[in-house]
Design a binder for this molecule. Structure first.
Ligand code: C2E
Ligand code: CA
Ligand code: CA
Length: 579
């Protein structure tokens, strides 16, 4: 196992070498060339130094030994170049050849009395001094380079490999066509830890998780070969090899999941966290680096979105957005055909916790009976031109349900319906609403139409006539998701609304930020100035509720007082709120 991990390190080191200097093979060839040149020139020097002969070049008679000085300088330069370019190895080679050569030259100079070799002795000693000097100078640079190399592949906060190191290993595995699983581990709710406990605590969480993952990877207990790194913020990457079956792989992943789920103790608090773990297998789920990374991400987001107790998911083709949209569209069509679109009712309350009414929210099930969130199927229905049919199905069922209550017990609750602008603009929209009022028996004052702020901005001129007509029928108009768009005050003041719904994203920040408190307070007084009631959506915590009460909010819709309910549960609430 350790051997494999050393190999992984080598792969990454090789890349750094490639990035730092010229091609390694070229460097290697250079080393041998210098060495050969050194030996050849040294051999000629020793032959020529002892030669009494002469050669004639361009008519000049030259002693052969006079070449020795030139050639021994060339030999010394070769050694110096070895020390300059080949670090410790070059230095050592140079030192060995020079120190081996020194007694030979000394012998030739003094024992044989050949004073022609005297400059060679000095040259040799000077070369030794030069390469020692170069070595110590180079060492400083190399130590510094080693530090930079370490930093280049290490995540500084956690001390484990970083995204670059992970990418390099993936690159190497793909080019070797070696089977591996690319796993993305994303901590759930990490933002909350940062927001509530501060960055320091967030960093501690990351460091603890990193060291747990690293220890497990290095321990070899998983039975697979694992490499772990931190790729960004709260995201870790795990590369797993050497698994015989998917079962083996899953067992390894479960070990990592368990490590993450173990208790954390930070700043005197004990708490638990979980992570979303998505993975894909090379080459089965993608045969390029981009595909394999993006597919693992898709799987990770899918499992995060599902919010189930199982945190591990492998990529499948139907998770890709195109295929998924096609599948969802098919589900919408068959739900419309079989009339299986249904609704839930989320209660709305005044600040004294008195029931004001309900917002109808569309629901649909997949073939296995799991509920699909409207956040997923409403956009698909919009694109596929099916939204008006989905809206109408909810309108019909929800008005029939509330209408029956009103007829039976004279309830004064308001029913809010979400309308898509496509639906609103259909030519028979007003007829549809009139028919609903008539059939259900709901008084117009107890019906409300929610129009989202962003849609309002895009199509305000065309939609205005329609909205005015609905308003003149006595139906309430709510501006939904207020704060997410950028509607001008000019438009807002012309809009015949009754209710302003502050988007959940603002409420989420309440309690933790004074600035947001002031901001929401500003929205509330703006709403009041325009004669609108103001409701806050997505209220989950007491501190949000109390802040909203303090700054004069009129109504509340949120999990703190009521999640979306099935009609039978809404009936119970209606009954109990009457008494
Ligand atoms: P929306 O109109 O903003 O509806 C409120 C959403 O916030 C609902 O999600 C509701 O369950 C959720 N919510 C309310 N209080 C809380 C809270 O305290 N915490 C959290 N985490 N969530 C809270 P849902 O039911 O998933 O609906 C999503 C969106 O789908 C709706 O957002 C609306 O834009 C759209 N939608 C739902 N039903 C219909 C429909 O019949 N027709 C149309 N056109 N759109 C619909
Ligand atoms: Ca709404
Ligand atoms: Ca909303």
């Amino acid at each position: 196992m350790r051997k494999k991990q050393t190999t992984d390190k080598r792969i990454i080191e090789d890349t750094l070498d490639r990035l730092y200097s010229a091609h390694r093979t070229r460097r290697e060839a250079g080393y041998w060339r210098l060495l050969v040149l050194y030996f050849v020139t040294s051999a000629i020097v020793s032959i020529s130094a002892n030669s009494a002969g002469s050669v004639i070049i361009a008519g000049i008679n030259l002693n052969i030994y006079s070449f020795a000085g030139v050639l021994s300088s060339v030999a010394n330069i070769c050694v110096i170049l070895l020390a300059v370019y080949y670090g410790y190895r070059g230095f050592l080679t140079g030192l060995v050849v020079l120190t081996v050569q020194l007694p030979i030259i000394l012998f030739s100079t003094f024992a044989r009395g050949n004073l022609n070799s005297l400059p060679g002795v000095f040259g040799n000693i000077l070369a030794i001094i030069a390469i020692i000097f170069i070595y110590f100078n180079n060492k400083k640079i190399l130590d510094y380079q080693a530090k930079i190399r370490e930093v280049a592949v290490t995540d500084l906060m956690t001390g484990i490999p970083n995204g670059f190191a992970c990418d390099e290993l993936i690159n190497a595995l793909v080019s070797r066509k070696e089977r591996f699983a690319n796993v993305i581990i994303d901590i759930n709710g990490f933002k909350n830890i940062n927001d509530t406990m501060g960055f320091e605590a967030g960093n501690k969480v990351l460091m603890i998780i990193a060291s747990r993952l690293k220890d497990l990877a290095e321990s070899g207990t998983s039975g697979t070969i694992d490499f772990v790194g931190r790729t960004s913020g709260d995201e870790f990457s795990l590369l797993i090899r050497n698994f015989d079956s998917e079962e083996d792989l899953k067992k390894s992943l479960e070990l990592y999941d368990k490590e993450i789920n173990k208790k954390l103790s930070i700043m005197g608090y004990d708490f638990f966290i979980s992570a979303s773990i998505g993975y894909s297998i090379y080459p089965d789920d993608g045969d390029t680096i981009d595909r394999i990374i993006s597919n693992s991400n898709v799987a990770m987001h899918e499992i995060k979105h599902l919010n189930s107790s199982n945190h591990i998911l492998r990529y499948t083709a139907d998770m890709s957005s195109d295929e998924k949209a096609i599948k969802t569209e098919g589900l919408i069509r068959s739900a419309l055909e079989n009339d299986t679109i249904f609704f839930m009712l989320q209660p709305q309350f005044d600040m004294d916790h008195k029931l004001r009414g309900f917002e109808a929210l569309a629901r649909m099930k997949d073939t296995e009976g799991n509920i699909i969130s409207p956040g997923e199927f409403i956009p698909v229905a919009e694109k596929a031109g099916l939204i008006d049919k989905v809206d109408s199905a909810v309108f019909k069922k929800a008005t029939a349900f509330i209408g029956e209550h009103i007829r039976k017990d004279g309830s004064s609750v308001v029913l809010s319906l979400n309308v898509s602008v496509r639906h609103l603009m259909k030519k028979d929209f007003i007829d549809e609403i009139s028919a609903l009022l008539k059939e259900s028996g709901i008084p117009a004052s107890q019906l409300e139409i929610e129009i989202t702020e962003s849609v309002m901005i895009e199509s305000i001129d065309k939609a205005m006539d329609r909205i005015n007509t609905i308003h003149s029928m006595g139906i309430n108009i709510a501006i939904d998701d207020f704060g997410t768009g950028y509607s001008s005050l000019n438009y807002l003041s012309k809009f015949p609304a009754n209710l302003l719904k502050i988007d959940k994203s603002f409420i989420d920040q309440l309690g933790s930020s004074e600035r947001f408190k002031q901001y929401v307070a500003g929205i509330i007084s703006l709403g009041h100035t325009m004669g609108l009631d103001v409701i806050s959506e997505g209220v989950e915590e007491n501190v949000q509720l109390e802040t909203l009460r303090e700054i004069g909010c009129d109504l509340i819709q949120g999990f703190i007082w009521g999640r979306p309910l099935l009609p039978e549960d809404a009936s119970e609430l209606l009954k109990s709120s009457k008494s």
